[in-house]
Design a protein around this ligand. Structure first.
Ligand code: COA
Length: 279
């Protein structure tokens, strides 16, 4: 299949059927050559935003995330990456401008450290979140300030070694849903309740009352990488989630070559297992 972006071949299985979600797992540490290529596809607004970052590392990650997002969307829309027109919701959620999006693609982006996720679907609003699991200094305080009474109680009873994973389950699962609706985390963190105890399947338990029906939504953990928690919320009951990675490498004469991988479910856990064995 021809690639409109001109830097690689699109795999034939990139067709996004009803009920399917593609989750792209991206590294935000591009080579210098690739960085230039990605910066070149940003819109003037994105370029101005990139220029405002104080630290180079943050600027590079922003350029990589937005540039790769444009390349990914270009594959589905059959446009050049720089032709992708983004519009923004009242709380800043980027979406595709309707006139170029006749097939109803929805997407969402999240990043943490040097890793980003992009979820793409045609089956309803979608939100993703990813966080590196660490020990936040103010974890107990954050839980008490922002979460629901039932969650606070359950969290406080956990043994200390389970708290970081529980905290990031809680955070990423709620945020994924709040990003799917586009509202963000400013108002309703304590009005969305989710399962979060280590080992519990991701599940939405309570949504703000004005939302039509909890049944139309589903929540899923994402296999991202060791030490990362990831979650996806979508307005679709039983989506089929598949993972994808787009590998870029510098070719001769400053060109960029690409290859695609469709990653089977559980890929990341298998990788973690292999790393443990090797260690
Ligand atoms: C959206 C939000 C949850 C992101 O939190 P975060 O953990 O820092 O960042 P994440 O990595 O999860 O996601 C960032 C990406 O989500 C997307 N995004 C931005 N706002 C969004 C929103 N309201 N809903 C969904 N996605 C959003 C963008 O692609 C952003 O990437 P960018 O940095 O390239 O622009 C947080 O910024 C928020 O709550 N925003 C709402 C702000 C608000 O209420 N503003 C008041 C009115 S303007």
């Amino acid at each position: 299949m021809d690639n409109p972006s001109g830097i690689g071949e699109i795999p034939d299985d990139l067709v996004l059927g009803n009920g399917h979600v593609h989750v792209w797992n991206l590294s935000l540490e591009p080579s210098t050559v690739l960085r230039g290529r990605l910066a070149g596809v940003l819109s003037p607004v994105e370029q101005r935003r990139a220029a405002r970052f104080h630290f180079d590392r943050d600027r590079i990650r922003f350029i990589a995330a937005r540039g790769l997002l444009r390349f990914i969307l270009s594959l589905y829309l059959r446009l050049q990456p720089e032709q992708i027109e983004l519009i923004y919701g009242p709380y800043g959620k980027p979406a595709l401008a309707r006139r170029a999006n006749k097939n109803g693609f929805e997407f969402n982006l999240a990043h943490s450290d040097s890793l980003a996720l992009v979820a793409v679907s045609r089956s309803g609003l979608v939100g993703v979140d990813v966080e590196r699991i660490h020990l936040p200094m103010d974890m107990n305080q954050l839980v008490e300030c922002f979460f629901a009474p039932r969650e606070i109680q359950l969290f406080q009873k956990l043994p200390p070694h389970l708290k970081p994973l529980a905290f990031f389950n809680l955070w990423t699962r709620k945020e994924a849903w709040l990003k799917a609706t586009g509202e963000g985390i400013a108002h309703s963190l304590n009005r969305v309740e989710v399962s979060f105890l280590p080992g519990e399947t991701a599940q939405l338990l309570t949504l703000p009352t004005e939302v039509a029906s909890i049944e139309q939504w589903s929540l899923h953990d994402l296999d991202v990488a060791p030490d990362f928690a990831g979650a996806l919320a979508i307005a679709c009951h039983r989506p089929i989630i598949s993972y994808r990675r787009w590998n870029f490498s510098d070719g001769p004469q400053n060109s960029v070559t690409t290859s695609f991988e469709s990653l089977p479910d559980r890929f990341w856990r298998a990788q973690e297992f292999a790393a443990t064995k090797a260690g």
